[in-house]
Ligand binder design. Structure first.
Ligand code: ZN
Length: 311
């Protein structure tokens, strides 16, 4: 009798616990480690699996398309340009995500970044088509990522981003190639760029000029990864952690605009140190507090110090 009563009580109390355990084990069964998700994605990002259509190529497994990129990266026709873009993308994701989840040379970062990797993988695994599209001389940036919300209608990039669709990245092969824009006035070419009439004519009708000192972006996997970080809603900022900049600097060896390897190594170490800072990331969801820490610990000086070293 006594036994029976005890058993009954135990059973009533155990049921919710059992239900909880069961749901946990169901969730656990569906849990796929980040490393495994990354491996699957990298296998799908194989140019050999792509099929070609009029505007470019499509990778069905990875739900990804490359449009108008026959001149990627430096605005010159290259055989297999679109395949090269997929290769760069693959390399960028491998290096970037491994770094975020603590498997890169930087070692373990704060777990906040593993969560960011999880969010990025979610986007990449989603059914939506990810578009990588090239334009020539249509932007003042090397690349621009789309965001969930379009910019205001009056924004110069509104149409371009709307046509591309989210998630997407628009790459400007003129800017990446360091080429002088063809959109200036004849007067600007004459007085500012010091071109004579024949040079202006050749620039506008023949092959566009690349003037001395115009940077040609080398680390394209880093550029592509940087853009995809923007898909997570991280915007550039001087007063709070600039995620795209931090990941690019820590995970890809500094800046493409700095040629001195030693300086790059120093900036890389600073960015990685910031990404490991427990105080900073345990306050990631308290924006004001995090902003104060960012400033107090002088992490806000990294980006401007790097700018001072651009060649
Ligand atoms: Zn950016």
């Amino acid at each position: 009798m006594r036994f029976g009563k005890t058993a009954r009580i135990t059973a009533t109390r155990t049921l919710p616990l059992l239900a909880a355990l069961l749901s946990f084990s169901v969730q656990a069964a569906g849990f796929i480690p980040l490393e495994e998700r990354l491996d699957t994605l990298l296998e799908e990002l194989d140019p050999d699996l792509a099929f070609r259509h009029e505007e470019g190529i499509q990778l069905a497994g990875a739900r990804l398309q490359v449009r108008d990129c026959q001149n990627y990266p430096y605005n010159q026709p290259v055989a297999d340009a679109e395949e090269r873009l997929i290769e760069d993308l693959r390399q960028g994701l491998k290096q970037g995500i491994e770094c975020m989840i603590g498997n890169g040379p930087a070692g373990r970062l704060h777990s906040y970044h593993e969560y960011q990797a999880h969010l990025l993988l979610n986007t990449l695994e989603s059914a939506e088509t990810k578009t990588f599209r090239c334009v020539a001389d249509r932007m003042f940036a090397n690349a621009v990522a789309t965001t969930e919300q379009l910019p205001p209608r009056k924004d110069a990039l509104y149409r371009l981003l709307r046509e591309t669709g989210h998630p997407g990245v628009v790459l400007d092969t003129f800017r990446i190639g360091g080429l002088l824009s063809t959109r200036h006035s004849p007067e600007t070419y004459r007085s500012f760029f010091k071109l004579d009439d024949q040079q202006i004519r050749e620039h506008l009708t023949g092959s566009p000029l690349r003037l001395g000192g115009n940077h040609r972006y080398q680390n394209l996997p880093a550029l592509l990864f940087h853009e995809m970080v923007h898909w997570l809603g991280h915007e550039h900022s001087a007063i709070r952690p600039d995620m795209a900049h931090l990941y690019e600097t820590c995970c890809f060896g500094g800046s493409d605009y700095i040629s001195d390897p030693q300086k790059n190594a120093t900036f890389q170490a600073k960015a990685c140190q910031a990404l490991k800072d427990v105080d900073l990331w345990s306050n990631a969801y308290k924006p004001y507090r995090q902003m104060r820490l960012w400033h107090y610990k002088e992490y806000d000086l990294i980006k401007s110090a790097m700018r001072d070293n651009y060649h």
